[in-house]
Design a protein around this ligand. Structure first.
Ligand code: ZN
Length: 339
């Protein structure tokens, strides 16, 4: 598989659009979730093996109780989310924190709109555990332990969407490992790249799920709308929100400067931005140095004092100064402040 890089700025710009769309949408997401996670049929989880058929979604599964390793993992998961050892246990998590309710799926095959979807096969060695009577619906994946966790009944289109989304994360992780990289985003600052990479992962995982579901969804416009809304708003918008707050302010200014068509102009801007960041951090170090006092005095002497009261103005003047005095090419100077 080839490496396909994604622009951090494109991702963050798009995330803002998603968030706005989610905020302004008339869609009631609680109702979307209710539709999607309504079990299409009642499953008796007391049976370890069962095949159920409904009009357009059928599930064929074999389950068993969690072994020691998986119980420990489920406990870690609950502890991590702060659900264990509470003084008062809210009703909504009572089923979830009882590990007797959890199951491992040894076989989990869906047929959705005529298409067979074999989850255990797709999961490629990852084990699948779930808590069918959990009132909270959630999915996650542990790459180091190779386990997918799903909270909720498995007999719904919502469950199938979430489980496929988690498998999308598995495929993505395998792809990154194959390429020997830890992220596919590139851009202007580390903070933004990191945030954008999270969004990319979420989007790609949902895209994986949608591509598998699409042939069936195409035939059922109502379910299609719910699944698309669920994956793009309910699941994705919360990540977009985090990205908005964690992202560098500078990048937001940059959005307006990005070109849809001119790669060189963008690259020049990125180079310029990186230079700017390096200069800013050098300036911060310079201000802590002994040289600073002398520099300030000479700045005052050249009647720049009014400027250096303001940090940005002082920085701009300092930037000019290192240019005109040739400090930018002075190895000692570079080593001291630019590392
Ligand atoms: Zn995800």
């Amino acid at each position: 598989m080839r490496e396909k890089l994604v622009s951090t700025v494109d991702i963050i710009t798009e995330a803002e659009g998603v968030l706005d769309a989610a905020n302004y949408s008339d869609q009631n997401f609680d109702i979307v979730e209710q539709h999607l996670f309504q079990p299409t049929t009642e499953i008796n989880y007391g049976n370890s093996k069962q095949e159920l058929k409904t009009e357009y979604l059928s599930v064929d599964f074999e389950i068993q109780p969690l072994d020691k390793e998986l119980s420990d993992l489920a406990k870690d998961y609950l502890r991590y989310h702060g659900l264990l050892g509470l003084e008062e246990t809210p009703d909504v998590i009572k089923n979830l924190i009882n590990l007797d309710n959890w199951q491992e799926a040894k076989k989990l095959q869906y047929n959705f709109g005529g298409r067979d979807i074999d989850i255990v096969d797709l999961a490629d060695g990852y084990r699948i555990i779930f808590c069918p009577n959990s009132e909270i619906k959630h999915g996650s994946v542990y790459h180091d332990k190779k386990v997918v966790i799903f909270l909720g009944d498995i007999a719904s289109v919502g469950a199938l969407s979430v489980v496929l989304h988690e498998i999308g994360h598995i495929k993505d992780d395998q792809n990154l490992k194959r390429l020997g990289v830890d992220k596919l985003t590139y851009g202007v600052s580390d903070t933004d790249n990191e945030q954008a990479e999270k969004l990319r992962k979420e989007k790609d995982a949902s895209l994986f799920a949608l591509r598998i579901l699409w042939p069936a969804l195409r035939q059922r416009s109502e379910v299609k709308k719910d699944v698309v809304d669920f994956l793009s708003f309910v699941a994705y918008a919360s990540y977009c929100k985090n990205a908005r707050w964690a992202s560098d302010v500078a990048t937001y200014h940059a959005h307006g400067w990005y070109s849809q068509a001119d790669y060189d102009a963008d690259q020049a801007w990125i180079d310029d931005y990186n230079r700017y960041e390096a200069d800013r951090s050098a300036w911060d170090k310079f201000k802590q140095s002994e040289e600073f006092t002398a520099w300030k005095a000479q700045a005052a002497a050249s009647q720049k004092l009014y400027q250096i009261d303001d940090d940005i103005e002082a920085f701009i003047y300092w930037r000019e100064w290192i240019e005109t005095t040739g400090k930018v090419n002075d190895e000692n100077f570079l080593e001291k402040y630019y590392e």
